[in-house]
Design a protein around this ligand. Structure first.
Ligand SMILES: *Cc1c(COP(=O)(O)O)cnc(C)c1O
Length: 446
């Protein structure tokens, strides 16, 4: 077997790693991972690390889940891929049907791509084009939220408000409106302020705006900034009154992460009897949709948007395409994920898992190194106080955690867990101990 240093070293030459200043890589050599087993990643020396962030939020059921890999194996024996223009296949159709059913038919049309950023590009283009087809081509402005993250291709980056990712490319980006976003850490007033800002913008520019894009319930990449379903319901009401599309980006929070299959279902649950009109116009999924096995993303939309493209004129169609659009292997994996959610038992388990996390981490609320302990479903986060955090806190914490068998990447001073859906009470207790021990180590060093 290749020694650990060798693979890490070869990687620094052969691979240009994502989200990484390559000149710094030697300080934090990449972990050479040989295999995954449930929530554990095993390196080439046999050391085990708990995948506390689900490999960038994609891995729902742990590594090597037999149900998902079995579905992929069966599909591989039949058909790996065929182009989705002019052809179709069972896994793609079945996936579209299952997703439509999950929205009660409100979002009954599925468009496929392979990564989250492309799904956002599609939603933006579709929104603009739908308006143009309806004689409203002046609607070509987009609204996103402060601290929002929607991916890093040029269009998605234009509606992303993370300076570090944006600044270098600012001259290339279309101008989007960035409005205040709520944050539970600032109390309920921040929701009222954010709604006020959106209301003002829609009053001033509403007729030029195609869509507003939001990450429902948790702005994950910004450091797990959370808000309430009531805020989202008000955003839906405001956008509907202004005749503006609403894009719900559930790339991170979809697929059960918040305790319901779609995060948006929390909005509906808070709005009895007002189901249909309260769905967004577009909903994007990726990350967990194949449980971390294969790249797939998709955009769900309404009859109204779909019908805006229905015409004898080819140019009024949505001609966007990707080579791997609707890949059969990825769709088979996603169907297996959807089937896992079919009878509601998994959502019941997820509620229990969230409770195990809540119980195990509750003592942190009294830890004076920590503030803003918060949770939504199986996303748990807290902030380390500024005096402790320091500039390279995330890096120091990440490295110390490795020695405790924990793979975790804080965002600035925010430590968070988004574990695979395998958290029983002992696992939650182990996680809390490992997170605490790492915190002790990093605070003593500070
Ligand atoms: C990760 C993410 C994206 C981008 O997905 P990629 O597959 O990384 O392009 C978009 N939106 C949200 C909310 C995300 O978390």
């Amino acid at each position: 077997m290749m020694p650990v240093q060798d693979l890490a070293h070869r990687s620094q030459t052969a691979i240009w790693h994502p989200c990484t200043q390559m000149a710094h890589l030697h300080r934090v050599p990449p972990l050479p991972i040989a295999r995954g087993e449930g929530p554990w990643l095993v390196d080439t020396d046999g050391r085990r690390y708990f995948d506390a962030n689900s490999s960038w939020w994609v891995n729902l059921f742990g590594h090597g889940d037999a149900g998902i890999t079995g579905a992929i194996h069966r599909q591989l024996d039949t058909l790996a891929h065929v182009m989705l223009a002019g052809c179709t296949h069972e896994p793609a159709v079945r996936l579209g049907e299952l997703l439509a059913a999950r929205t009660g038919g409100q979002l009954g049309h599925t468009f496929f791509a392979s990564d989250g950023a492309s799904a956002i590009e599609i939603a933006l283009k579709m929104s603009f084009h739908a308006w143009a087809n309806q004689g409203q081509a002046q609607r070509r402005e987009f609204v996103c939220l402060r601290h929002g993250y929607h991916g890093e291709t040029i269009g998605a980056l234009a509606v992303t408000d993370v300076q570090l990712f944006r600044d270098a490319y600012a001259p290339l980006l279309m101008q989007a409106h960035i409005v205040a976003s709520p944050d539970s850490r600032d109390g309920a007033a921040s929701e009222a302020e954010a709604l006020h800002a959106l209301r003002e913008l829609l009053a001033a520019r509403g007729e030029h705006i195609a869509a507003v894009v939001v990450e429902p319930l948790v702005q994950c990449a910004a450091g797990m900034r959370m808000h309430s379903p009531a805020y989202l319901r008000a955003v839906r009401e405001l956008t509907r009154e202004a005749g503006v599309h609403l894009i719900a980006d559930e790339i991170a929070v979809g697929c059960g992460r918040t305790g319901r299959f779609f995060a948006w279902e929390h909005v509906l649950a808070a709005t009895p009897g007002a189901d249909g009109p309260f769905w967004p116009d577009f909903l994007t999924l990726s990350k967990g949709i194949t449980a971390g096995t294969l790249p797939l993303s998709l955009v769900l939309t309404t009859d109204a948007v779909y019908n805006a493209f229905w015409s004898d004129d080819v140019r009024r169609g949505f001609l966007h395409s990707h080579s791997y659009s609707g890949n059969a292997l990825a769709c088979a994996a996603a169907v297996a994920v959807l089937e896992r959610f079919a009878d509601g038992a998994l959502l019941g388990e997820l509620a229990q898992q969230a409770q195990h996390l809540r119980t195990a981490f509750a003592p942190l609320a009294d830890d004076d190194r920590v503030e803003h302990l918060r949770q939504r479903g199986t996303i748990l986060a807290f902030d380390v106080k500024a005096e402790l955090a320091g500039a390279d806190f995330a890096l120091r914490y990440h490295l110390a955690a490795r020695t405790h068998g924990l793979l975790i990447r804080p965002i600035g001073g925010t430590v968070y867990l988004m574990p695979p859906y395998v958290v029983d009470a002992p696992t939650a207790a182990w996680l809390a101990r490992a997170v605490g021990a790492t915190l002790d180590e990093v605070s003593h060093a500070a």
